[in-house]
Design a binder for this molecule. Sequence first.
Ligand code: UD1
Ligand code: UDP
Length: 370
Amino acid sequence: MKIGLIFGTRPEAIKMAPVYHELKKSKVDVKVISTGQHREMLYQVLNLFEIQPDYELNIMKEGQGLSELTSRLIQKVEEIVKEEKLDFILVQGDTTSAFVGALVGFYNKIPVGHIEAGLRTGDIYSPFPEEANRKLIGNIAKVHFAPTDVNVNNLLAEGYKNDNIQKVGNTVIDALYWVKENRSADLDFIKEKYGLIDKKYILMTMHRRENWGNPMRDTLKGVRRYLEENKELYLVFPMHMNPLVREVIREELEGFGRKILIDPLEYLEFISIMDGAHYIMTDSGGVQEEAPSLGKPTLVLRNTTERPEAIEAGTAKLIGTSSEEVYKYMKVLEGDLYIEMSKANNPYGDGRTSKKIYLEILKNIKGEQL
Ligand code: UD1
Ligand code: UDP
């Protein structure tokens, strides 16, 4: 049995890493096809999780547009898929790399498993283009590996057959456990490295396409206003490599002293910085999943979320990107709500998701006599 893992961005690599190790441990013939949609941010993860891709497409260009990225990827990924004669393809989440991996699988009549299936906001433009990507992958996939009941119900409501949906949790929890077991974090060292010893800080990340430009500017205006009134707080902002994102952050925070603007952190460091943060502000999908496990209050800088579990668990609040709302919620977090939101709660699985995925693939492949 030969299984192809097709991915190319930071979050996909983090969430695929435990699946890769599970398959390797089970002596499956695994082919890792790294699209290279990301460069620096992907290599960080591959190094940490000791993944050596069989193919590295190195496709990234500065300011890549969706259509050109998609079209370049389709051709290159197909060449490899044809050559390798894969029995099964696994894609993760909702990126362009995941969508292309699924599409090429379909064109070559190779069954596709979709990890992190069934997440929906119901708004095709939010997040953009991810909501469309995951729906399109859903149409193609043979097996839907859904993290939670909410995700299973979304798929059932769209008419997918129960037999093809497997509720398995999210591999992000497996990745968290893997890091804790294999790479013990030294929080003090990392805090010292970034000058954070004895500092109370808010951790912020922001990168989504629909937030580029004014939404990000407005958010940062609200954050800055609040921080200027609260002199004990620092802002730690590991900035996505996208120059469009970095430029806005630098401009909006220019002249503000208590900020630590840094390059994307290695996953292990990021988890440690999350763990030490007073709270988190983010538009990231993965961070919304990790924060409940760490019991970190999280303000979600978006108008919609496909991850209502974190909100129901009480750790996250969806606050949008207007400077008034952002300021207001930062103030609200001064009160009792902070304690309520700090309770650790993990709605995303038991850390055995990769194992469950492997066992389901085995059943699926045997059942179909491929
Ligand atoms: C992509 C995914 C998004 C995911 C995010 C995770 C798509 C359409 N978007 O968005 O779903 O949430 O990754 O971070 O698939 N860049 C670098 N180095 C890197 C990575 C990016 O320089 O290591 C810069 C490049 O200029 C690149 C730009 O960032 O053109 C945007 O990268 P891209 O993958 O197109 O979009 P993301 O916003 O990263
Ligand atoms: N992350 C990281 N370093 C950072 C910022 C985030 O390792 O500097 C990790 C984070 O822990 C999470 C993942 O990257 O697992 C989320 O990636 P991102 O926010 O880029 O994408 P999304 O999840 O929104 O698709």
